[in-house]
Write a protein that binds this ligand. Structure first.
Ligand code: FAD
Ligand code: NAD
Length: 475
């Protein structure tokens, strides 16, 4: 007799595993199927985020940052250390250990919540049946009242620079390099290019990033992008804008790259080339032709605002559907869908999803950029406060950047918050909450912020919106 569940989730990344746990919290009988296999041959839950994305990249960003600061900043604190050396094997062992602990933790969470974790491939058939092909054992057909597709995404491959796992590599390969390349080329100055470019530049690689667009960080507020570009250049990240890669040929010693910019055809020789030009949804063998699932022209599963597909009782969430490819967006969709399945009212506020780049300085924002507000025609006001004027930032030796708040002129509502500077990824949470509650700058102005804290910069930026900053001259 075939097994049946209230909810079957295909994919155990941050979208799927969170949906599974939440559904189990609602008392549903849940199975979550995943086939992720790490390079040591072991299967693991957690998807891209835990195995080859958010978590390992942040582990390496932390290690490389500490190494860089030890060499460049500790002297200012009076800490004299000569000959600081990076042990790449130890750094990578730590990264792998963190990944192992966290992915193993999901198996534990499944057990505690009563979710049946199934290792293997899942495919949606007609009538909410799921074909499960385990890595060991026989294929079975599982029946479900509800199915959640959470199959995630994978790196886009450029036909002119195909991945070979050695010289022309993707983000996962880049996270697992065993030695610092002398030269590293990166195609794409997006989030991955900047984060992973920073890691290997701090460790000593000469990093060149080729970006097709003329504008740096086109999705960020222009003031933020300007400061960030200047800071990255100080860190010897050679970012070349308006550089469209035309060809890349891997040879014995490295990769010969040909790109075009406003001056014509250029060439670049690098030991390794990372291609980080975006990700695309994974839908291979995910559903049968007659299952009723529709893809859009870019390959994403078509869903409505509540992540419902065209098939009643079948949902899709995370990177395989429209919207930003972010772990926190994916997880929140998982929560929403599980709540909807349980008959609760649930919704996502797609307008206030925070974006964070874990570079140094960090970059974070939520809500609208100044250009977007301007385009909307709404009258607005802005306030900025530089970390240079923050006591805590000075004590941390991290004074680059600022907090910028954009608010509506008529009712003072906060429309966007943009931060470039220390701990921007942590500071942005206050801004997200403010936008979620439709707060005014006055709400932030009247909120007591601890002293000395970086969060005071958010407070002062809110004051600056009305020309009332206290620790920096108002414009
Ligand atoms: P995934 O995490 O991709 O998980 C999908 C899972 O489904 C996988 O385990 C896959 O094996 C499984 N699967 C697919 N099809 C099937 C099938 N048919 N049967 C069984 N299993 C299947 N986002 C952030 O918010 N913050 C960050 O700091 C961040 N850093 C990143 C750094 C890097 C280098 C990369 C590559 C990404 C980063 N991201 C970050 C993006 C983040 O990883 C994704 O947005 C997130 O993982 C999407 O979650 P998901 O559950 O939709 O998909
Ligand atoms: P991205 O979309 O952030 O950036 C890709 C960049 O490549 C763009 O700037 C694009 O203009 C450029 N590009 C495209 N084709 C090119 C070409 N032929 N030549 C030169 N440049 C080219 O994509 P990504 O950096 O690969 O990241 C993928 C996804 O992963 C992102 O959507 C992001 O949300 C997610 N991610 C998030 C984080 C984070 O939240 N901190 C970190 C890493 C990844």
């Amino acid at each position: 007799m075939s097994r049946s569940f209230d909810v079957v989730v295909i994919g155990a990344g941050p979208a799927g595993y969170i949906a599974a746990i939440r559904a189990a919290q609602h008392g549903k009988r849940v199975a979550c199927i995943d086939e992720w296999q790490n390079r040591d041959g072991k299967y693991a839950f957690g998807g891209t985020c835990l195995n080859a994305g958010c978590i390992p990249s942040k582990a390496l960003l932390e290690s490389s940052e500490l190494y860089h600061r030890a060499g460049h900043e500790f002297g200012k604190h009076g800490i004299d250390i000569d000959g600081v050396e990076m042990n790449i094997a130890a750094m990578q062992k730590r990264r792998a250990g963190i990944v192992r602990q966290l992915t193993g933790g999901i198996a534990g969470l499944f057990k505690a919540a009563g979710v049946e974790g199934l290792v293997g491939h899942g495919k949606l058939l007609k009538g909410k049946q799921v074909e499960f092909t385990p890595v060991k054992g026989d294929q079975e057909i599982i029946s479900a009242k509800h199915v959640i597709l959470a199959s995630g995404s994978e790196p886009i491959e450029l036909p002119i620079a195909k991945f070979d796992g050695d010289k022309i590599i993707d983000s996962w390969d880049t996270l697992e390099l065993e030695a610092v390349p002398e030269t590293l080329g990166v195609v794409g100055a997006g989030v991955i290019g900047l984060e992973l470019g920073s890691v290997w530049a701090r460790l000593g690689a000469k990093v060149t990033i080729l970006e097709a667009m003329d504008d740096f960080l086109f999705m960020a507020d222009r003031d933020v992008a300007k400061v960030a570009a200047a800071e990255f250049r100080k860190q010897d990240l050679d970012i070349r804008l308006g550089a469209m890669v035309k060809n890349a040929t891997a040879g014995e010693s490295g990769v010969a790259v040909e790109y075009e910019d406003k001056n014509g055809t250029q060439t670049l020789e690098v030991e390794k080339l990372v291609v980080a030009v975006g990700r695309r949804p994974v839908t291979r063998e995910l559903f049968a032709d007659d299952a009723g699932i529709q893809l859009d022209e870019r390959g994403f599963i078509v869903v409505d605002d509540e992540c419902r597909t065209r098939v009643k009782g079948v949902y899709a969430i995370g990177d395989c559907v429209r919207g930003p490819m972010l772990a926190h967006k994916s997880s929140e969709e998982g929560v929403m869908v599980a709540d909807l399945i349980a008959g609760e009212i649930a919704e996502m506020n797609y307008d206030v999803i925070p974006s964070v780049l874990y570079t140094n300085p960090e970059i974070a924002w939520t809500g609208k950029t100044e250009a977007e507000v301007k385009e909307s025609g709404r009258a607005y006001k802005t306030g900025q406060f530089p970390f240079m004027a923050s006591g805590r930032a000075k004590a941390m030796e991290q004074t680059s950047g600022f907090v910028k708040i954009i608010a509506s002129k008529d009712d003072d509502e906060v429309l966007g918050v943009h931060i470039v500077g220390p701990m921007a990824g942590e500071l942005i949470s206050e801004a997200v909450l403010a936008l979620e509650f439709s707060a005014s700058t006055e709400d932030i102005q009247r909120t007591i912020h601890a002293h000395p804290s970086l969060a005071e910069a958010v407070h002062e930026a809110a004051l600056a919106v009305d020309g009332k900053a206290l620790n920096f001259p108002n414009r």
